[in-house]
Design a protein around this ligand. Structure first.
Ligand code: SAM
Length: 290
């Protein structure tokens, strides 16, 4: 099968099946071989790897993955794409296709079933309407991961890798950096896709931490504190946490925590590092137990 990274071949197969793009599924197919090569290189795939691809579309990236990996499991929500994938991937015997919604399947059980619970690499040109839930799901459900290389909206990639003090820094930066080290591998313009998205894209590599970077007493408290701090961005951290519905600390407790860590009382969440959030969270966790 000729490479679908060549737009002529993509158009041909789409016409053959009278395929109509579904906006609701975030369908923007890659039509650039250089970008496909960059993704595979950034993911550092070898013949030892089991790759989970989310949203294979017509199989453009999947073909590359099959060439480089030991085994590929591709999960696609749109049933109209399944017969197309059967044709475009017919040359490969190391691929399985699941017609499922990635947010509804139990990824951990799938990995157990298909890869004996061994670590997998996730590689995908993600549907942009559900980028954040997919990323958080992979990490929070403790899927065994050895790498995540995904095409996402450039603006989201910038938020993920942002550090304290930057305008892009927020709950998403902290949540992802708690689990992994982000690195932007490539910026990708709209003309590399069919149809063209309205926004720029980026390939981001998330390397999961082998061990958690900090000891956290209560992870769900840490995440609530982070959400509370960025819920009202212009408020101080004390007011953000105090006003947050899911938390019930007194102002005194919060100020106490900041004082003990020598953090100014008027600080805003956007100025705090992950380590500082962890220390505040560990300090406040004792008020939850008592
Ligand atoms: N990988 C292909 C490529 O690079 O050309 C297609 C990428 S396109 C941006 C996203 C793909 O994800 C589409 O094929 C879409 O149908 C699929 N998709 C959207 N929502 C999904 C979901 N919840 N679960 C699984 N696949 C989904």
């Amino acid at each position: 099968m000729a490479s679908l990274g060549n737009p002529k071949n993509t158009i041909e197969i789409l016409n053959k099946y009278s395929f109509v793009f579904q906006k609701k599924f975030g369908q923007n197919f890659l039509i650039d071989n250089h970008v496909l090569e960059k993704i595979v290189r950034a993911a550092d795939i070898t013949k030892d790897d089991f790759v989970l691809e989310i949203g294979p579309g017509i199989g453009t990236l999947t073909q590359y993955l099959c060439e480089h990996a030991r085994k590929v499991l591709a999960v696609e929500i749109d049933k109209k794409l399944i017969p197309i994938l059967e044709e475009t991937l017919a040359d490969y015997d190391n691929v399985s296709i699941l017609n499922e919604d990635i947010l509804k399947v139990d990824i951990v059980s799938i990995i157990k079933e298909y890869n004996d619970n061994k670590p997998v690499k996730v590689v995908a040109n993600l549907p942009y309407y559900i980028t954040t839930p997919i990323i958080m799901d992979l990490f929070e459900s403790h899927v065994p991961l050895s790498g995540v290389t995904i095409m996402i909206q450039k603006e989201v990639a910038d938020r993920i890798k942002a550090l304290p003090g930057s305008k892009d820094y927020g709950a998403l930066s902290l949540a992802v950096q708690y689990y992994a080290k982000p690195h932007i591998a490539a910026n990708v313009p709209p003309n590399c896709f069919m149809p063209r998205p309205k926004v720029g894209s980026a390939v981001i590599n998330l390397t999961p931490h082998e061990n958690p970077p900090y000891h956290v007493e209560n992870v769900s408290l840490l995440f609530s504190l982070i959400r509370a701090s960025f819920n009202q961005r212009r408020k101080t951290l004390v007011n953000g946490i105090y006003n947050y519905e899911g938390l019930s600390f007194s102002k005194e407790d919060i100020i106490d925590a900041l004082d003990s860590l020598e953090i100014p009382n008027d600080i805003r969440g956007e100025a705090l590092s992950l380590e500082q959030f962890v220390r505040i969270s560990n300090y406040l966790s004792k008020y939850i137990h008592s």
